[in-house]
Write a protein that binds this ligand. Structure first.
Ligand code: ZN
Length: 347
């Protein structure tokens, strides 16, 4: 099977030759081509393309993933700190009231957004990568969900207190963010994206209650995913953090792939969503990939795959985004071990 066929078959619960792997390898790319993960990197289509293609050759997993979150934060006017070699961090809030959201909305007309330097660089990267890989590999464009972006605009404290004291402000800002994400989906799919994904730790049970999640986050996460689906792309949603208390709600986003942190057992998730959704996850980023060696990775994958009831409907993936200092050998072993232990599964 070619890689893209394997992923599509797994998502549709059809027969696969082995379980697909998404390695979350992007943060290791800049070092591989002698660059740093910084502002300049996200503004250079040439660096991002080189980095992703070099990584794909080195790790050989089943997806190439481009990161849209920094570009959207820039479009939203978030105040960011750029570390020397890491993803941008929140610096200070820029949105305090509904008036601020209204002013923001006025600046988000699509033609204007498409002229943003970060957006242009990533659209160009999508086209370059697509030209190189053709139809052989899934090309993912990954971003945050509405609460993660809202936290970048209001600050975590501002957002968390607004979920109790100013629910209209939260609804309004999430709605504007979801509309922006949906508007950007079409240009990225036209440029070559085949999978659109969001991760939203700020609305996970590690930050808000399942009740507030259902009331304030889920409607807008669903709006984003449903908008993505209208482009015809596959969709993935990562609830990111202690997801069992909301596991009865996440399916209503309609995302094709529900991608869980390592706090959810992949075999349990697969049983819950059997033949309805594909599930992804199963690898602990800290204990297995960062602290472990190739032997640890091999053993953990053997255990995780051994517990799965079905060979399809599942993707092996680290439980969250990775830091740039994870040894690349561990990612390579995760891919090899997944293929080794899943190829002979009968079920
Ligand atoms: Zn996560």
């Amino acid at each position: 099977m070619i890689s893209k066929e394997r992923v599509f078959a797994a998502v549709r619960w059809r027969e696969v030759d082995c379980i697909p792997v998404f390695a979350n390898k992007s943060p290791m790319g800049p070092a591989l081509i002698g660059k740093k993960l910084n502002r300049d990197f996200f503004l250079s289509a040439e660096s991002m393309t080189k980095s992703e293609l070099a990584l794909f050759e080195a790790v050989d997993d089943d997806v190439i993933c481009l990161n849209l979150a920094p570009a959207i934060q820039d479009v939203l006017g978030a105040r960011l700190l750029w570390p020397e070699n890491d993803h941008p961090q929140f610096e200070a809030p820029t949105v305090f009231s509904i008036d601020d959201v209204r002013a923001l909305e006025g600046r988000l007309e699509l033609n204007r957004v498409l002229k943003n330097d970060f957006i242009q660089a990533l659209l160009e990267t999508t086209r370059f990568v697509k030209t190189q890989i053709g139809e052989s590999v899934v090309l993912e464009v990954n971003s945050y969900g509405v609460f993660n972006f809202a936290a970048r605009l209001m600050g975590i404290e501002g957002l968390m207190s607004a979920t109790i004291r100013d629910k209209d402000l939260v609804r309004r800002i999430c709605d504007v963010i979801a509309d922006l994400q949906v508007a950007l989906a079409e240009p990225f799919v036209e440029a070559g994206a085949t999978l659109l994904s969001i991760g939203d730790g700020m609305s996970s049970p590690s930050c808000i209650s399942p009740k507030i999640y259902g009331e304030l986050a889920l409607p807008y996460l669903s709006k984003t995913i449903q908008g993505f689906k209208r482009t015809g792309a596959l969709t993935l949603y990562h609830p990111c953090g202690g997801e069992y208390p909301i596991i009865d709600q996440v399916g209503s986003t309609g995302a094709d792939i529900l991608y869980f942190s390592e706090l959810v057992d992949l075999d349990v998730a697969q049983k819950i969503f059997v033949r309805r959704f594909a599930v992804a996850g199963g690898v602990d980023p800290a204990n297995t990939l960062y602290m472990g060696d190739v032997h640890t990775v091999d053993q953990r994958l053997k255990e995780t795959i051994g517990k799965l009831k079905h060979k399809t409907g599942v993707i092996i993936q680290p439980g969250c985004g990775l830091s740039p200092n994870i040894p690349i050998e561990n990612l390579q072993e995760m891919v090899r071990a997944t293929r080794r232990y899943s190829a002979d599964m009968r079920r």
